[in-house]
Ligand binder design. Structure first.
Ligand code: ACO
Length: 447
């Protein structure tokens, strides 16, 4: 009886049909009905290794069984100690700390340190970290010239993806990814320069001159200044808006193996520099299924027009004519904890900007849906995008900037995951297999 032959699995014994160190309860017995053979595969951390299936063959020329998992619906691609997510119970933790506590008591830069270093900083470490990030917010003057080359109406997300990739040309040493000091220097630059590039993209769109960073402002305050400063000598952000934006960045800082993070890991696995890998993450976030759902929520709220129209809209959703945007999630089958916190941040922002008439429609929609059997039985709850677009709009930002703000918040998460990936001895260049469905052996005309 063949057994698992996974070479880097310490618990496998393929001589006597037993898995050493594991009871039968820690293994999966697979019977191949083509051959009648049975295989015993170790179950570790609730997973079986896909490569353990390769020993299951009908003969020597058989490649062995592969798994087929489009969109990685049921495949763990890595071991990670960065973010814990329990979608059934609505739990999100960065390095073990609940998102609710971080949003209430921490700052985005402290959370960035936590994600990158795996622990909270001491006071002096935090001060040094903030100093480092603040003093790397400037970009090379050539970056500005390069960004000016975009069309006047270029999408800011396209500009961000390109300019993040271009950073690799300004810092060629970033290619030395085996050097821990070089790696950390790029991590600091990435977190520091992302808001500068984002704000330049915004000002470009507005046809306004780019604003240089102000080192006396906080991370979020400086970003607001670079976007909104006009002729005043010193830009002073409203502290409530500054804090709300900082909290939004915290909420977006990481979300384990989502589409853009998987893109950063996959591209980074080629051992390219972190700017090029992160540009892939920004590109993934550009897509409407990832970074763009909050814009769809705003369009939906505008279409509903008035709270009185909510019941009719909900009926349309239930009959399959509509989708309630900002509701439902692939992983969360409970209230997205980030949505709850953003709802609170809405109050702080609207206290400054005045309440958006769309907020009442959103609240009515949420209340109606959460009491309706259709949504209850399908475990459909508000996700992070249900309220975030309302806040961004209240700040005066166009919808095209929404994913850009998401990218600023996600930068430390991408970097933490990239650092983890390149130091993980189990990782190799990402290279999935395929099931070939095309033609074979055709004759080229005249050959
Ligand atoms: N409105 C109405 N019905 C919904 C919704 C919704 N927003 N979401 C899911 N459903 C229904 C589906 O029709 C399906 O019903 P059925 O069983 O009768 O066929 C059931 O709930 C399960 O839905 P799936 O589409 O299978 O769930 P999936 O995990 O594939 O989709 C997704 C998740 C894409 C987020 C989906 O809920 C959706 O489209 N939501 C709206 C868009 C959105 O808000 N996206 C942002 C996600 S958060 C983020 O990416 C940052």
């Amino acid at each position: 009886m063949p057994n698992s032959t996974s070479s880097n699995h310490p618990n496998v014994n393929n001589k006597n049909g037993k898995v050493q160190g594991l009871s039968h309860r820690d293994s999966l017995t697979v019977r191949d009905n083509r051959t009648g053979q049975e295989y015993e595969l170790p179950i570790v951390d609730g997973t079986v290794k896909a490569t353990d299936l390769r020993q299951i063959k009908t003969g020597d020329s058989d490649f062995g069984i592969m798994t087929y998992d489009p969109a990685f619906m049921n495949t763990a691609s890595c071991r990670s100690a960065v973010t814990y997510l329990d979608g059934e119970n609505g739990v999100l933790e960065y390095r073990g700390y609940p998102i609710e506590q971080l949003a209430e008591h921490s700052s985005f830069l402290e959370v960035s340190f936590l994600l990158i270093h795996g622990r909270l900083p001491s006071q002096s470490e935090l001060a040094a970290w903030i100093h480092d990030i603040t003093h790397h917010t400037f970009v090379h003057e050539n970056t500005k010239d390069f960004m000016k080359g975009f069309r006047y109406d270029a999408h800011p997300m396209g500009m961000l993806a390109s300019s993040v990739a271009a950073l690799s040309t300004f810092y060629p040493e970033a290619a030395r990814i085996d050097d821990p000091d070089v790696r950390m220097a790029q991590v600091v630059r990435m977190i520091a320069k992302m808001p500068t590039l984002a704000a330049f993209a915004y000002r470009h769109n507005q046809g306004q001159p780019y604003v240089y960073p102000d080192n006396e402002l906080s991370y979020a305050g400086n970003f607001l200044g670079m976007m909104f400063k006009m002729s005043e000598l010193k830009y002073q952000p409203d502290p409530r808006i500054e804090r709300a934006l900082d909290v939004l960045f915290i909420l977006h800082a990481d979300h384990e193996q989502n589409c853009s993070t998987s893109a950063v890991r996959a591209v980074g696995s080629s051992q390219v520099d972190p700017y090029s890998a992160t540009a892939a993450g920004v590109a993934a976030l550009y897509g409407p299924l990832h970074g763009g759902a909050n814009e769809a929520v705003l369009r939906m709220l505008r279409r509903i027009e008035r709270a009185e129209n909510v019941p009719a809209f909900i009926e349309g959703v239930k009959s399959g004519k509509e989708r309630l945007m900002g509701f439902g999630h692939r992983v969360y089958k409970n209230y997205d904890p980030r949505a709850r916190i953003i709802k609170g941040a809405c109050d702080d922002v609207f206290a400054v900007t005045g309440v958006s008439p769309l907020l009442r429609i959103a609240q009515e929609l949420e209340k109606t849906a959460l009491e309706d059997e259709y949504f209850v039985s399908r475990k459909l709850y508000p996700n992070v995008d249900f309220y975030s677009g309302l806040i961004y709009e209240a700040l005066g930002l166009p919808a095209a900037m929404f994913p850009v703000l998401f990218a600023i918040g996600r930068a430390p998460g991408w970097m933490a995951q990239w650092l983890e990936m390149i130091q993980d001895g189990e990782q190799k260049i990402a290279r999935p297999r395929q099931i070939y469905t095309g033609a074979r052996g055709l004759q080229y005309p005249g050959a």
